[in-house]
Design a protein. Structure first.
Lengths: 768, 108
């Protein structure tokens, strides 16, 4: 049962099935398109419609109640479809001066048909094979804005029509002018306001399109390739090469020179240099170039003759490829749905338009105009972000590999037991390596144009990655568990009172090899972030997690208390480990020598063992902390909170557990006197008491140190020449940085001078 | 080489000539023309015919008049103009030349 509508068809009322009407509409539409350029188009179509009407009337007269689908189809068959018409016309009327009519001739040279109006004279035979489209030469040519070919205001489209250029070219020129010299914007707006709009036919034969059939990202490269008739991978390579090169070179650079920056953190590596221009050019082209959707578009893209033959062939090949794709329809759809998450509305709109056939193909796809441009920008942005994340993962992986050798050894100090090790490997492989592998595969596939038939690989990768994620979380949980409980021991160091009412605290030099970790951390990072340990020998490492606190003594004597902390999963083990910490302290009169650090073995495991030296200074007495204490790196894990809290001694929010009341801030190499109000610089005190005398801090003995230490001494003296004020300003708790000399950050008792990466390699080689 | 292409080109070459011949014999409207050509074993689609007729009309080879009919919409009846006649003469001459040439070449 079908719905019937009545149509007024050439002044007759015809009852016709709605579906039949649709078919008729489409046919007429296709005729309209076919005869678009034809001079007598309306007349022809009117004639044909008349014929239809006549036939309809016949049918009705013969007794049919209405016109059905079959009727319409039959008439169309006898009339013929446009693609079957044999009389295609492709002539320009410009040759016969001002001739309105087309030359009635066939396209072969065989008959040598002459132009209208000059019978017999073959000279004006103007059947141009693949010449231009017909122009309406009656009107003088004026500059309009194009109504039907606009991205913003159609200015470029109109210009292109007037100048007979490819609109894309005009747009590109406009963009260049705008961004290069600035006045392009103004010019555009003026034109926008001044020019009237008109629906303009396309003028150019060969236009630059984007090719949506063969796209990696936006189809820009393949569109270019089709236009210039070169292989697809050539423009792709041109676009991609600078990016790849700069990424690779920065990777290599940072691998071999520790102070090379990882540029991937900033978009410099894309925008900088030639690569940047190409990247921006790609995006501009993406916005500006329309997509070749219809068959005629695609032919125009290739610059081929757009006639029935070639359209037929294009449509045929499209159909065949579509058939082939229809087999993979299921996976294709999945692919599209996945992409939709990234892509914005215009893409979906385009797909729907494709599926609904060529109705309304005249509305240029770029008619969505500004929205299209914004959509492209969004797409590009998302792709960019996704790419960045993937690159970040990849670079993390590469750096892990490079540092892997050293890391491997350390791993044993943290992980214990079979399961932890296993989980560590599993999570590393699955969590880190898998996305990198996935990214590489995807890249290679895209570039070589291989399309995977199924998405098993993608699902496999995703599953593996999720498993890796779980492993990683489990591992993290287990490791954190090992730091859950914290215990400490406390003992007093029996000491004799120094004779000069002053105590100097210093630490010894470590004699192990240095684990120079500057490769891990960029030079720009604060130097206090360096890893706080040294490799002692194969079985143990030397930790420098030591802190010195100064308190006010309750009596008139110096006291030194040693607190040793450790963590573990239970308190018993924690206290055992704490007991096992060996941190010798020696005193020779005024000098309190602390060990350089304490060793932990692989068996003991790294459990954030710490040593706290609490020195109580009695009133009126002095104390100096030597610069050698700088070598200590205190840090603290808080494992029992929800998050890992890494703090080191410089932060204000100290953990409650290690916070001793009434500690006083001190700066190294400065002599302090304990007063009732706390530590005060001796120099200041003395100055207040004896203002006339110039102040000099005592010359302290220093053990042999590399030349950098000498520099520092120089700076000390200079600093003290300024009445004891250091150039870094008054004491500020936040700035315990002894920024006297930049050499400080590398002075930590290196037996091998700092040479960046070389030290790491040397250290590693030595451990082998 | 596409055989269909060539064949179609051959046909296209003589279509106008044939149409003009039919019309020359007497006033005709498009369906009639199609019928006659079919009778002569030259099948042509109506959709091919209409544009050709319009073009010829625009080139002033043909003229038409409307004829009312009570059983349907008014019809266009085409006839040859003076120009058309001259045009036809030329074509006929060309056709004869061609036919002779082809005949001569294929007979051997």
């Amino acid at each position: 049962m079908k719905k019937i509508i009545n149509i007024n068809f050439h002044s007759r009322v015809i009852p016709i099935e709605e579906t039949a009407y649709e078919i008729l509409q489409q046919y007429i539409e296709s005729l309209r398109r076919y005869f678009a350029r034809e001079e007598g188009r309306d007349e022809i179509i009117s004639d044909i419609e008349n014929r239809f009407s006549e036939l309809f009337a016949d049918k009705l007269k013969k007794g049919a109640a209405c016109i059905t689908d079959d009727d319409v189809t039959a008439i169309i068959a006898s009339m013929g479809r446009p693609e079957d018409f044999e009389a295609d016309e492709e002539t320009a009327s410009t040759s016969g001066a001002g001739q309105q009519g087309p030359a009635g001739s066939s396209t072969t040279a065989g008959t040598g048909a002459s132009d209208a109006g000059t019978s017999g004279a073959g000279a004006t035979g103007s059947s141009q094979q693949g010449g231009g489209w017909q122009y309406n030469t009656a009107e003088p040519r004026r500059l309009y804005r194009a109504e039907n070919d606009k991205i913003l205001g159609g200015v470029c489209g109109g210009l292109a029509n007037y100048l007979r250029l490819d609109p894309a070219v005009v747009r590109i020129i406009f963009v260049l002018i705008s961004f290069g010299w600035g006045f392009g914007f103004l010019l555009y707006f003026i034109l926008w306001m001044v020019l009237p709009t008109r629906s303009l036919p396309a003028v150019v034969r060969k236009r630059l399109y984007r090719n949506p059939d063969d796209r990696v990202i936006g189809g820009v490269a393949s569109g270019l390739a089709a236009y210039f008739h070169i292989e697809v991978w050539i423009p792709r390579l041109i676009f991609a090469l600078p990016i790849i090169l700069s990424v690779v070179s920065s990777l290599i650079g940072s691998a071999f020179w520790a102070h090379a920056h990882f540029h991937f953190t900033s978009p410099e590596f894309i925008t900088g240099g030639f690569g940047g221009t190409l990247f921006i050019a790609y995006i501009v082209l993406w916005i500006v170039l329309p997509e070749a959707v219809t068959a005629s578009d695609k032919l125009e893209m290739r610059g081929e003759k757009v006639d029935l033959e070639s359209i037929k062939n294009t449509v045929k090949s499209d159909l065949e490829s579509f058939k082939g794709r229809a087999k993979e329809m299921g996976t294709e759809m999945q692919d599209r749905f996945r992409q939709m998450g990234k892509e914005m509305g215009p893409q979906i709109k385009e797909n729907i338009q494709n599926f609904s056939g060529e109705a309304g193909a005249y509305a240029r796809k770029s008619g969505s105009g500004f929205g299209h441009a914004v959509g492209v920008l969004f797409k590009a942005f998302f792709l960019f972000i996704a790419g960045m994340i993937a690159f970040g993962l990849m670079i993390a992986l590469v750096s892990l590999i490079f540092a892997g050798d050293g890391v491997l050894d350390l791993k044993n100090y943290i992980l214990s037991g079979f399961w932890q090790n296993f989980l560590a490997w599993a999570s590393f492989l699955l969590f880190f390596v898998t996305p990198v592998m996935a990214l590489l595969t995807w890249l290679i596939r895209r570039i070589t144009g291989v399309r995977s038939r199924t998405h098993y690989l993608g699902y496999t990768f995703a599953t593996l990655w999720i498993i890796g994620l779980f492993c990683f979380i489990t591992l993290a949980g287990m490791v954190m568990n090992n730091f859950r409980s914290r215990q400490h021991t406390e003992e007093e160091f029996t000491m004799s009172q120094p004779s000069h009412n002053k105590l100097v605290v210093r630490s010894a030099q470590p004699s192990g090899r240095i684990y120079d970790t500057d490769w891990w951390f960029n030079d720009d990072w604060d130097w206090k972030h360096r890893a706080p340990f040294y490799i002692f020998n194969d079985d143990s490492i030397l930790l420098t997690t030591v802190k010195v606190d100064i308190l006010k003594s309750d009596d008139a004597q110096y006291h030194v208390k040693l607190y040793r902390f450790s963590r573990s999963d239970n308190s018993r083990t924690a206290s055992e480990l704490a007991q096992q910490i060996s941190f010798p302290v020696q005193q020779s009169d005024s000098v309190l020598s602390l060990a350089a650090g304490f060793a932990i073995s692989k068996n003991q495991k790294f459990r954030n063992q710490q040593v706290l030296v609490a020195i109580s200074v009695p009133l009126g007495k002095r104390i100096v902390i030597d610069n050698s204490i700088r070598s200590f790196r205190w840090f603290n894990f808080s494992g029992n909170h929800r998050h890992i809290h890494w703090s080191d001694g410089d932060e204000d929010n100290w953990d409650d557990e290690t916070d001793l009341d009434n500690t006083y801030f001190w700066n190294s190499n400065v002599e302090y006197t304990m007063t009732a109000t706390g530590l005060v610089r001796s120099s200041r005190l003395d100055r207040e008491e004896r203002p006339e005398q110039p102040e000099r801090p005592e010359q302290k003995e220093r053990p042999e140190q590399p030349e950098k230490k000498e520099n520092q001494d120089q700076n000390d003296k200079q600093g003290s020449d300024h009445n004891g004020y250091r150039y870094q300003g008054p004491d500020k708790p936040a700035h315990k940085n002894n920024s006297d000399s930049p050499a400080i950050k590398s002075t930590t008792m290196l037996t091998v001078p700092y040479r960046g990466e070389l030290s790491l390699l040397t250290a590693l080689v030595h451990t082998l | 080489m596409n055989i269909e292409n060539t064949q179609s080109q051959m046909r296209k070459g003589i279509l106008e000539f044939c149409i003009l011949s039919v019309i020359r014999r007497g006033e005709a409207y498009p369906s009639d023309i199609v019928e006659e050509m079919k009778a002569a074993n030259l099948n042509i689609l109506e959709g091919t015919l209409y544009p050709l007729l319009t073009r010829l009309k625009n080139a002033e080879m043909l003229t038409y008049r409307w004829v009312e009919s009570n059983s349907g919409p008014p019809r266009k009846y085409f006839s040859l103009t003076q120009k058309g006649e001259a045009f036809y003469g030329e074509l006929e001459a060309t056709w004869n030349e061609l036919a002779n040439a082809v005949h001569a070449l294929t007979k051997k």
